[in-house]
Design a protein around this ligand. Structure first.
Ligand code: KIV
Length: 282
């Protein structure tokens, strides 16, 4: 493991913990998650009720301007997570393990340790299915909170041939249900489902005891996540069908601000009014 390139982050215990997420899930309260990559936006999210701030490797596209998330390195993720951690007080911070940073259990443990010690993450997320069970079990055995990520896995874009809905055919759908159950048994604390048919996301959510967070996965997951730049309409390229520009849709007679857009997103998730049928993938 390389020595820390930065001084220590401000490590803290946020108000939203794994226990909070479990309680919200059991009580049927939707979990609101958004991405952030710096202190200013993280502060906006934190003060407007976002439960989990995801420092996503989507920063490779929306901040760094790459076409995919593949070029993002562990040092990039540590840097941005440290910026976010400085602004945190209530929300939990989830760090996204970048491409090839968790290709075996020891490498994953080293990099998850860096995320927590050097950057201030309180949970890590990793993309993949059955091949990652030993990795998830290793992190869980060391009490590192883990969010598994099934469905569309952007780090596999070159293998998938594009950003497409996953789990449409019955065999793939059943395989995803089994992978989700296996991830939970291996010790995952939450499951992110990206671009899967709403009916499949609902079935997976009902099959698990851990919370699910959906993006392009319909309204029946335990929570929702979007890329911050999509809700503000500042992502380059075409807006995904499942996303919504909350800033553009603020009522003209009320406050028009980034704070108000984030509040509108959180309220819509909590009230179940996002996603609507027009954002749901079949
Ligand atoms: O990197 C990211 O922002 C993500 C979300 C799209 C879920 O993984």
């Amino acid at each position: 493991m390389t020595s820390p390139p930065y001084s220590s982050p401000q490590l803290s215990v946020p108000s939203v913990t794994l226990q909070t997420l479990r309680k919200m899930h059991q009580a049927g309260e939707k979990i609101a998650m958004l991405t952030a990559y710096d202190a200013s936006f993280a502060a906006v999210l934190d003060r407007n009720g976002v439960d989990i701030i995801l420092v996503g490797d989507s920063l490779g596209m929306v901040v760094q301007g790459h076409a995919t998330t593949i070029p993002v390195t562990m040092n990039d993720m540590i840097y941005h997570t440290r910026l976010v951690a400085r602004a945190q007080s209530r929300a939990m911070i989830m760090g996204d393990m970048p491409f090839m940073s968790y290709s075996d259990p020891i490498k994953a443990l080293d990099n998850a340790t860096r995320f927590m010690q050097e950057a201030g993450a309180q949970m890590v997320k990793l993309e993949g299915g059955g091949e990652l069970l030993a990795v998830v079990a290793k992190l869980a055995a060391h009490n590192i909170p883990v969010c598994a990520h099934l469905g569309l896995q952007p780090q596999s874009v070159y293998k998938l041939g594009g950003y497409r809905v996953q789990g449409r055919d019955p065999t793939a759908a059943e395989a995803m249900v089994q992978q989700a159950l296996a991830m939970q048994s291996a010790g995952a604390d939450a499951l992110l489902l990206e671009c899967v048919p709403a009916a499949l996301a609902k079935k997976i959510t009902q099959s698990l005891t851990i919370p699910t967070i959906g993006i392009g996965a319909g309204a029946d997951t335990s929570g929702q996540v979007l890329v911050l730049y999509d809700i503000l309409g500042i992502s380059h390229g075409r807006q995904p069908k499942f996303a919504k520009n909350f800033l553009a849709e603020l009522p003209a007679d009320r406050e028009i601000s980034i704070d108000a857009a984030v509040r509108a997103y959180v309220n819509a998730v909590k009230q179940g009014s996002f996603p609507t049928a027009s954002q749901v993938l079949a």
